[in-house]
Design a protein around this ligand. Structure first.
Ligand code: SPV
Ligand code: MN
Length: 651
């Protein structure tokens, strides 16, 4: 019996209720939070805050105002004037530096603050509760005390910014309002580019409207970067839907609405029967101009953004999606409205749309790239020569500069980013703001895998796909997370870092989501990183366009496939045609044979690795081990007949 999705939203929590104007009469001001706010906020900002009739919001702002003790408080509404003020503040405080091109700025994070800090990211759990050993946690009361001691007086002399956003399109069943408190205008500016404005949305949600809460303090700064990174903390209080982010500036740690909100949303989704996924959403063109929407989950630096930006297709989002069922359909929205993308490797040939956008005026924040004297910028893998010097995340930089450990510092950090609103992109899909979302035609899982998965494969069905593709996802590590690169890590649905419910329960919710649908979206795996015996990649970056076309056709059952022990793989003739049509490329039978060889030995080793993982997850649904054991049996009998490797024609 599945335990997911049994408690729908309470009626009073539905967004979209008419806004009741608050009453600022004497009586109400007796209320402690309002009194606090009245004391601390200027009249203009007080009006903006109490203009939202939500006592929980007032309590939240009052509590952290008292604790952090800022000199001033700036409440942002959705107006152009407030947005411009924030942009300007980011420049005036030195958190962003203007570039030569209009609208472009550069932000630097500290040398040791360049990625999500997994070690110091913890859930605050009341005594006696547990999320399992895969999820980092700390006892709640102790954690809250630590937060309070770090926040105590931390904003003295500073401005506290209060800004509301909306996750998902506004006026939609998907909408989740969120409120960010931060002492960093860079954070508000980033969120302004990345999310839909939410001042009106939270107003609309009414008195009891629920919302996510974020408290960020960059702490003490030197040269505009956080100095106390030894006290860097990202603590998630799922009891109270609040996340604290302290002594850090890197976007993935501080942009509350990104991966921090994702953790809170996973909990809500698991309770209410929808999904919060680390997925892009894109429209792929099929025959006669048909557009099929696909979602795809990939760990960091595995080609998620570049897939969603594929030439000839349209993007809805590149990082986070909410999925809900509507009748027999699965529908998805982009939780965000912008892109916080990895800039390394972006060049004019592989990324023509982004390249163009990054080289013309427009509101863009570059982070941790090299800034030249002339106000230009450079990153690893950019076209052209490496400049002879400039400023980067290590300070003044010139080629050959080494860090304290003697390691050569590259011109930009491998996890350097750009932040922009999707409105700048010419390939933005027109359905981006559809409050109903788009119908999901197929779901893709992909990781960085040098030796096991074929480039594209369809699962046998929902259950097999969730278990052997999503829940079995592994990836070789990269620079976007702190730690050693190149190690194979299990990362179910590429969501492991963000799970706020035990892994077993999360898998169960995914299984339950599609279980009762007559025709759930087909589930696929892709692998862009397969290598040959010589250690070279077997595919070009652009080949993924063809895998998408094949997935599009399969999702309409318009091409046949070959049944392998691990799923359905393409016929050579279909790929040959699609390579010609899509890339004008001759795809040889030899290339197909090498790429689609079933690597029985490696697949068996992988299946066994994953079986061992789930043997240690006590709440994993029974289906997980059953389906994996069945896969192992199929692989063992193939091995008996064919040995370690098998050509598609032997199937
Ligand atoms: C990722 O690493 O998956 C990102 C960037 O999307 S971060 O915001 O750091 O999560
Ligand atoms: Mn991501």
């Amino acid at each position: 019996m599945l335990r997911c999705g049994t408690s729908p939203r309470q009626p009073e929590q539905q967004p979209g209720r008419p806004t009741k104007q608050p009453d600022y009469g004497e009586e109400k001001m007796e209320n402690t939070p309002l009194k606090t706010l009245e004391k601390r906020l200027s009249k203009e900002h007080l009006q903006k805050l109490v203009g939202i009739d939500n006592p929980e919001l007032h309590r939240f702002v009052a509590e952290y105002t008292e604790l952090c003790n800022p000199d001033t408080i700036f409440v942002c509404a959705d107006t152009e004037e407030d947005r411009a003020f924030i942009r300007q503040a980011a420049i005036e405080t030195g958190e962003e530096k203007e570039r030569a091109l209009e609208g472009h700025t550069i932000h630097f994070d500290g040398y040791h603050d360049q990625a999500r800090d997994k070690e110091n990211t913890r859930f605050l759990l009341p005594k006696g509760t547990d999320l399992g050993s895969n999820i980092n946690s700390i006892e709640r009361e102790g954690g809250l005390q630590e937060v309070r001691s770090i926040l105590n007086g931390t904003m003295q002399g500073q401005t506290l910014y209060v800004r509301s956003f909306c996750l998902g399109p506004t006026k939609s069943e998907f909408s989740v309002p969120a409120v960010q408190l931060t002492d960093s205008p860079y954070v508000v500016h980033s969120e302004d580019l990345l999310y839909r404005p939410g001042y009106e949305e939270i107003k609309r949600a009414g008195k009891t409207g629920r919302f996510f809460k974020f408290v960020h303090s960059e702490g003490e700064l030197k040269d505009s970067v956080s100095v106390n990174t030894d006290k860097r903390r990202v603590y998630i209080d799922i009891e109270d839907d609040v996340v604290f982010s302290l002594n850090t500036q890197y976007g993935g740690n501080v942009i509350g609405l990104k991966k921090l909100a994702m953790r809170l949303a996973i909990k809500w989704a698991s309770k209410e029967g929808w999904l919060t996924e680390h997925m892009f959403v894109m429209g792929v063109r099929g025959p006669q101009g048909r557009v099929t929407y696909l979602t795809g989950a990939f760990p960091s630096l595995c080609g998620k953004t570049s897939t969603s930006m594929m030439k000839g297709e349209t993007i809805i989002g590149d990082d986070i999606a909410y999925l809900r069922k509507k009748g027999e359909e699965v529908r998805a929205v982009n939780v965000e409205r912008g892109m916080f993308g990895i800039i390394q490797g972006i060049n004019s040939e592989d990324d023509p749309i982004l390249w163009k956008v990054l080289h013309r005026p427009g509101e863009i924040i570059f982070s941790n790239v090299l800034m030249t004297k002339e106000g230009g910028c450079h990153w690893i893998g950019k076209d052209g020569e490496v400049p002879s010097g400039g400023i980067n995340h290590s300070g003044a930089w010139s080629p050959g500069k080494k860090d304290e450990g003697g390691k050569e510092i590259p011109p930009s950090h491998p996890n350097a980013r750009f932040t922009l609103n999707l409105g700048l992109l010419e390939n933005l899909d027109p359905e981006i703001e559809n409050p109903e979302g788009v119908v999901v035609g197929g779901i893709i899982y992909g990781g960085r895998d040098s030796d096991t998965w074929v480039p594209v494969e369809e699962s046998f069905g929902w259950e097999h796909g969730i278990i052997t593709k999503g829940a079995s996802l592994e990836s070789e590590t990269t620079a976007a997370t702190l730690g050693k690169a190149g190690v194979r890590k299990w990362n179910p649905m590429s969501n492991l870092d963000f799970l706020s419910v035990p892994v077993g329960k999360y898998i169960e919710c995914n299984l339950a989501f599609g279980a009762l649908l007559k025709k759930p979206p087909p589930i696929f795996s892709v692998n862009y990183f397969l290598k040959g015996a010589d250690g070279n990649f077997l595919n070009e970056k652009t080949d993924k366009a063809v895998w998408l076309k094949w997935i599009e056709l399969r999702s309409h059952r318009e091409v046949e496939a070959i049944k392998a022990p691990t799923g359905y793989i393409p016929h050579y003739q279909d790929l040959e045609r699609l390579f010609k049509e899509t890339l004008d490329k001759e795809y040889t039978k030899e290339a197909y044979d090498v790429q689609f060889t079933i690597r029985i030995k490696e697949s068996l080793a992988k299946t066994e690795r994953i079986i061992n993982v789930y043997k240690n997850i006590s709440d994993a649904p029974e289906a997980v081990l059953n389906i994996l054991e069945e896969q192992k049996e199929r692989l063992l009998s193939a091995k008996e007949k064919h040995g370690d490797h098998m050509l598609p024609e032997q199937l």
